[in-house]
Design a protein around this ligand. Structure first.
Ligand code: MN
Length: 199
């Protein structure tokens, strides 16, 4: 069974003004579709065909095509999942408590995560992960993700795409404004669900 582009749980324009509909449509229907198609082509007929995307990402010594497009498939699927038009605010659930215990308070977490996203040079992602019950923040280059590498580790439960294609139409060079707006649409119920699954 080939990988399929996941359907969004909201309309392309539903995240406005935080992320504009045009950006969302191109990002989902062109970029994510492209990673999905290229991943399917790259694994077709290989021993990776039929494996889960998590298993593929964790496989050592991936070809560039599988690494880039497998990462692109996994990363965007999680990204759409952890955003919602009804999102934002400060989480008052288990992951909210864990964030406070790990980073001091929500503002400190927001600062650390935003810094990881803002200082990723060029294209990449910022992450919140769970490993052995502990939360950590990191960032990766290109379409890499924490499943692929040591030292940036664990199970990703929150991610932010900082490729220019994710924000340039609306924010141009103002990546920090895009990062700030992302906090208005984080689906903390979903992040909490992923956190509990990862414990
Ligand atoms: Mn992207």
């Amino acid at each position: 069974m080939a990988f399929e582009l996941p359907k969004l749980q909201f309309a392309y324009n539903a995240l406005e003004p935080n992320i504009d509909g045009n950006t969302m449509e191109i990002h989902h229907s062109k970029h994510h579709q492209g990673y999905t198609n290229n991943l399917n082509n790259a694994i077709s007929g290989s021993e990776l065909e039929g494996k889960s995307i998590e298993e593929i990402c964790k496989t050592p010594n991936l070809s560039a095509a599988v690494r880039n497009n497998g990462g692109g498939f996994f990363n965007h699927r999680l990204f759409w999942d952890i955003m919602s038009p009804e999102g934002g605010g400060v989480p008052a659930n288990k992951v909210g408590t864990a964030i406070n215990n790990t980073f001091g308070d929500f503002e400190s977490f927001k600062n650390d995560f935003s810094k990881a996203a803002a200082t990723r040079f060029g294209s990449g992602w910022a992450w919140l992960c769970v490993s052995n019950g502990k939360l950590s923040i990191c960032s990766t280059a290109n379409q890499d993700n924490p499943l692929m590498q040591e030292g940036c580790g664990g199970t990703p439960i929150l991610c932010l795409d900082v490729w220019e294609h994710a924000y340039y139409l609306n924010y141009q060079n103002r990546r920090p404004d895009y990062i700030n707006a992302f906090f208005n649409i984080i689906n903390w119920d979903k992040v909490n669900e992923l956190y509990l699954e990862a414990l």
